[in-house]
Design a protein around this ligand. Structure first.
Ligand SMILES: Nc1ncnc2c1ncn2[C@@H]1O[C@H](COP(=O)(O)OP(=O)(O)OP(=O)(O)O)[C@@H](O)[C@H]1O
Ligand SMILES: [K+]
Ligand SMILES: [Mg+2]
Length: 701
């Protein structure tokens, strides 16, 4: 399993391309070709109507086109001018469509390559203990199949027996094999991936057509894309601005008529000029790029091998205040292994090891298996046939924090110290005073002590060792500089938790946490107005993953966890959340910056068009013609052309997102206002001036 981020310094660096999955450059020729075609397809009124700002431009294009044809037929007016206005208004809509199509194109290309991974395989279905060959497409939820080295896993499922290494490169693009095993938090397997070694038994969890790859295709294709609440709010604002400017333009002619009569000079502006003015005033830049920005944000998340189930989740990631991470597997490497048995003074090593092993024989968790292995390797104890005994296995649960076995009238239990103590006391036993120092010692080393008891007698302790991941400290520091608080939650005891928390450098921790406590902690933070993100992989994480504003589930995790989260990390790297947060912030910043730019750059067009419209009536208004534009037609055309071209010019920025640096929110706002606000006001002046000269030079105005 790839647990350490390969490139923590530059999380936005492109991924290398792998078999099955490809990384496309921003303006890949095939993408551009498809997007141009789609831009025309999106001219359909039903599709344009979803974007109020662009819909106004679309109506304006129709209207000016009508006047152009009319002028051509009747030989009246200025068809050269009207025709050019119409053309550039159509371009404005097409450019906006192109931006959206470009953003969507990458997802579609990805979906295409995913479809290719869906091959028809024959599944080895288990029916009454016998193997039957059935096509994978006929498997249903609940069916049980066997997979051995070389087999393609026929459907999504959960490993219920065994352990195997699996090649998941078709979905993750990562060629290093991963371990999938029964019982633990790494039990989920995905259809289409390949078993490389050993043998596993899988219970199918998805019907054909509802598999992970099916849903992944639907997601990346954007079939389920809905506007996020932020996008809706911004659209309403933009629509409001559009309506205001529409009213301004509609009420202009009566004023102009009055002025013409009063001054006996000039003439009232034509409909074509009014439409041009309207389009220049309404926020077309952000209106045209808004949906592309959102889609590109989701796509960037996908480039990091994270599937976001909604754009809302990506946006929420940008505003996160608190991140909750579990200890085992997220902050530590996660293969908690038994390394030592420590008997209490009057207990023999044999008795402790024997009990530890018995309690673990049917324990399918990685911890349980490691105990059986240690007992066998170090103390020569073999696994035993339990069938001859009246044995009943008690599986581990996060609630009880214990597991064990009832056999031959004996209750053997192992588990967290507090849990075993409570259990022993309830049976009328005593807690030997020698226990505490052993437990404390292991905990202070960051290990997990598992106490073993036979009936009401405590026998000793198993030392489970786990190691803090390399580089994790730096990642938490990075989060701190973004103003995000990190909290480690663990089912482990407070002392172990404290040791690991200090070593890893998290801000806070919660120990002996049950699933309910995780959920309560998230609700408490949310009640205080905080946005909470959480990573997890276990079934016991599912409620918390569902409650969190951003729930990043590991692809290796259980089915329940993957269902509950609103993102799935295909690489199963919990620290990926940091990159997702960065992408979310980048998305919000890009949208904010381009909105600022859009509204600011409309100011200059005001200075271009208003003098052109009214100077013939009030020559004094020529003082406003600060760009010294040649004539009214060249001025209006230059403004309309600039208005269209700026959309094209900003597509790369919308798709790539503006560069993100971990600064405080206020500093970022100040910086962006300066660049995009001031830049937006200034940039159009030389642009429009240049276009004016060009139009005159080419005899177009
Ligand atoms: N197989 C097992 N049998 C008995 N007890 C166990 C077993 N696995 C873990 N425990 C005990 O139960 C406690 C809680 O385990 P659990 O897996 O719920 O922790 P968690 O909530 O996943 O926290 P984290 O994974 O962050 O350490 C562990 O600290 C350990 O003491
Ligand atoms: K505009
Ligand atoms: Mg766990």
């Amino acid at each position: 399993m790839r647990t350490v981020q390969k490139n923590p310094k530059n999380p936005t660096a492109g991924r290398p391309s792998h078999s099955g999955r490809q990384t496309l450059s921003l303006f890949e020729p095939t993408l551009v070709k498809n997007a141009v075609r789609d831009a025309f397809r999106k001219l359909h009124p039903r599709l344009v109507a979803r974007n109020p700002v662009m819909f106004v431009v679309w109506v304006g294009s129709l209207l000016t086109s009508y006047f152009w044809v009319k002028q051509l037929i009747t030989h009246t007016g200025q068809p050269l001018f009207t025709g050019q206005v119409a053309l550039w208004l159509w371009f404005t809509v097409l450019f906006a469509n192109f931006a959206e199509a470009m953003a969507e194109g990458r997802g579609k290309a990805q979906a295409e390559s995913l479809r290719k991974t869906k091959t028809d395989t024959l599944a080895r279905k288990l029916v009454n203990g016998k193997e039957e060959r059935v096509p994978a497409t006929q498997l249903r939820k609940g069916d049980v199949v066997v997979c051995e080295a070389g087999d393609i896993i026929p459907g999504d499922g959960e490993v219920i027996e065994g352990i195997a290494s699996v090649d998941e490169s078709v979905i993750t693009g990562e060629s290093a094999p991963v371990i999938r095993e029964a019982g633990g938090d790494r039990s989920a397997v995905t259809g289409g991936t390949k078993v490389l070694s050993d043998r596993i038994v899988i219970r199918i969890t998805a019907n054909p057509g509802e598999t992970f790859i099916d849903r992944m295709i639907a997601l990346v294709e954007g079939a389920q894309r809905q506007k996020t609440p932020n996008e809706i709010a911004l659209s309403i604002l933009l629509s409001g601005l559009t309506i205001i400017f529409l009213l301004v333009c509609v009420t202009l002619p009566p004023f102009a008529d009055f002025a013409v009569r009063a001054t006996q000079s000039g003439q009232a502006p034509s409909v074509v000029v009014l439409v041009a003015l309207l389009v220049c005033l309404i926020p077309t830049t952000i209106g045209g790029l808004l949906s592309a920005i959102g889609i590109a944000g989701m796509d960037r998340v996908m480039q990091h091998n994270v599937l976001a189930k909604s754009g809302k989740a990506v946006e929420a990631a940008g505003d996160i205040d608190t991140i909750l991470l579990d200890k085992t597997g997220t902050i530590t490497l996660g293969n908690r292994q038994a390394v030592e048995f420590i008997p209490l003074p009057n207990v023999s090593m044999e008795e402790l090891v024997d009990a530890a092993q018995l309690s673990s024989l049917a324990d399918e968790t990685p911890e349980g298996r490691s105990i059986v292995v240690l007992a066998k390797e170090k103390y020569g104890l073999r696994g035993r046939e339990l069938a001859s005994h009246h044995a009943e296995f008690v599986p581990f649960s996060a609630q009880t924090r214990m597991s064990g076995i009832d056999m031959d009238g004996q209750q053997i239990r192992k588990g967290a110290a507090e849990a075993i103590k409570r259990h022993v006391l309830s049976l009328g036993g005593e807690i030997p005073c020698e226990l505490e120092p052993i437990v404390t010692n292991i905990s202070q080393k960051g290990g997990t002590p598992l106490v073993v008891a036979k009936n009401e007698r405590i026998l000793g302790v198993i030392y489970l060792k786990d190691v803090v991941k390399g580089g994790i400290r730096e990642r938490f520091e990075q989060l701190r500089s973004m103003g995000i608080r990190t909290v480690m939650i663990t089912g482990d005891n407070p002392l172990t938790a404290k040791t690991i928390a200090e070593e890893a450098g998290v801000d806070d921790f919660l120990a002996e946490a049950t699933p309910e406590m995780k959920l309560a902690l998230i609700r408490q933070e949310q009640a205080a107005g905080k946005l909470v993100a959480m990573t997890g992989d276990g079934t016991n994480d599912a409620p918390a993953l569902a409650q969190a504003d951003v729930g990043l589930a590991m692809n290796s995790g259980t089915q329940a966890a993957k269902e509950a989260g609103n993102m799935v990390d295909l690489d199963s790297n919990p620290t990926k959340l940091i990159e997702v947060v960065e992408i979310g912030k980048q998305l919000l910043m890009t949208r904010g910056a381009l909105t600022t730019f859009s509204i600011a750059n409309d100011v200059a067009k005001y200075f271009a068009i208003l003098p052109a419209m009214f100077a013939p009536i009030y020559p004094a208004l020529n003082a406003l013609n600060i760009m010294k534009l040649t004539n009214p037609e060249s001025a209006i055309l230059a403004a309309v052309i600039f208005n269209a071209l700026i959309i094209i010019a900003l597509i790369p920025l919308a798709l790539r997102g503006i560069a993100y640096r971990p600064l405080g929110a206020a500093a970022i706002l100040r910086r962006n206002l300066l660049i995009y606000g001031l830049g937006g006001i200034i940039a159009p002046f030389p642009g429009i001036w240049l276009l004016d000269r060009l139009l005159v030079l080419l005899h177009l105005a």
